[in-house]
Design a protein around this ligand. Structure first.
Ligand code: PLP
Length: 363
């Protein structure tokens, strides 16, 4: 049966009219470096280990799963360290769902969510989906933010939720802990630090997890989608005060993490050293991308993540297309004169850099 109506004719919420859904292209190109996945496959031995636990979970799948995903929360607390306890951990089907839980609990209709643009494109979409207004703050030209400016912008906007992404997507820019502390002190609402790419930062770089003690309105979110090579598993998580977690219980759907997800994620965490073994290799490819882009005459931004945003692109759409035609998919994030590329395997990275060189240097 064909389509019987258009969106305009459905009794859609007024605040959703005219919006476009998240839509990074999913096309089967040989070299896909557009959504910051870990492009290294999960090692076979780990796949087998996960499969054993999923099989056990399947034999019980007639029953609802543990609503509190206790074992998985204990595993995340152990993985994160910082003396965290399981009661301080929350998880969801991707950190996008975890962020949605936060905005359902602390934002929603009549409330506002603030972030320093350019930042993760899902923030405004999740805010709008929960009926909250999105407020975009600003950064310096090099995408950094000073503690003074950050605090002043947050105080002026007075949002209910602040989303701080570090290292920031799509720019790769880290935020100092001094910025996070200044924002927390200036904010009345909750402050979420999205550390989706933290594992790609220098080893000695401090995590906002160290700021949690004594800060009841602070949460630090992470994901298994990037460093952990588990994007298809859909698992994200956060650490916060146990009372903050209680607030999220008010909005989550019962049994939101399936028994299969819990089993797979717990088994993957048991293999975390193998799952994370490729991080150093990815960081090496990221730095190689930056150095080569520079040599080709582009302007890469310093990155602490698994991708590089680069400027000096005359016509981003044209360059994106030229790479696409050569079998390489990267991302036009909508910043004039810029494109973003994920660090892949050594072979994928070589394919990208050679394709780019074959197109010619910028003017
Ligand atoms: C990729 C990404 C996430 C992770 O999303 P998942 O839902 O866990 O796959 C979260 N935050 C940022 C900034 C990201 O780039």
């Amino acid at each position: 049966m064909g389509r019987v109506t258009s969106l305009d004719e459905l009794p859609l919420r007024d605040d959703l009219r005219g919006l476009t859904p998240y839509g990074a292209p999913q096309v089967p190109l040989p070299v896909a470096l557009n959504v910051n996945e870990n492009t290294h496959a999960v090692p076979e031995a780990v796949v087998a280990d996960i499969l054993d636990d999923v099989a056990i979970a399947l034999s019980d799948v007639n029953r609802y799963p543990d609503r509190e995903f206790t074992e998985l929360r204990e595993a995340f607390a152990t993985y994160l360290g910082h003396n965290l306890r399981a009661e301080q951990i929350w998880a969801g089907n991707g950190s996008n769902e975890v962020l949605q839980h936060i905005l359902q609990a602390f934002a929603g209709p009549g409330r506002s969510v603030f972030g320093f643009a350019p930042t993760y494109s899902m923030y405004p979409l999740i805010a709008q989906g929960t009926g909250a207004a999105w407020i975009a703050g600003t950064r310096e030209d090099d995408y950094t933010i000073t503690p003074e400016d950050a605090a002043a912008q947050v105080a002026a906007a007075d949002p209910d939720v602040v989303l701080l992404c570090t290292p920031n997507n799509p720019t790769g820019t880290p935020l100092g802990l001094d910025v996070i502390e200044a924002v927390y002190d200036a904010a009345r609402g909750v402050v979420v630090v999205d550390e989706a790419y933290q594992e790609f930062a220098p080893r000695e770089a401090a995590s906002a997890l160290s700021l949690l003690p004594g800060r009841a309105r602070l949460a630090v979110s992470r994901t298994m989608s990037k460093a952990f090579a588990f994007a298809g598993g859909r698992v994200g998580y956060l650490a916060a005060d146990p009372t903050f977690i209680d607030a999220l219980r008010l909005v989550r759907l019962p049994y939101h993490l399936s028994a299969l997800t819990q089993a797979a994620a717990t088994a993957a965490l048991r293999n975390s050293s193998t799952m994370l073994a490729m991080v150093d290799e990815i960081v090496e490819q990221r730095d190689r991308i930056s150095a080569t882009l520079q040599a080709l005459g582009y302007a890469p931004h310093p990155s602490w993540s698994n991708f590089v945003l680069f400027g000096g692109v005359d016509d981003p759409q044209e360059l994106w297309r030229a790479l696409y035609d050569r079998g390489v998919l990267i991302r036009d994030v909508g910043i004039p004169g810029h494109l973003r590329v994920t660090a892949g395997t050594e072979a994928e990275t070589t394919a990208f850099l050679e394709a780019l060189a074959s197109i010619g240097s910028p003017a």
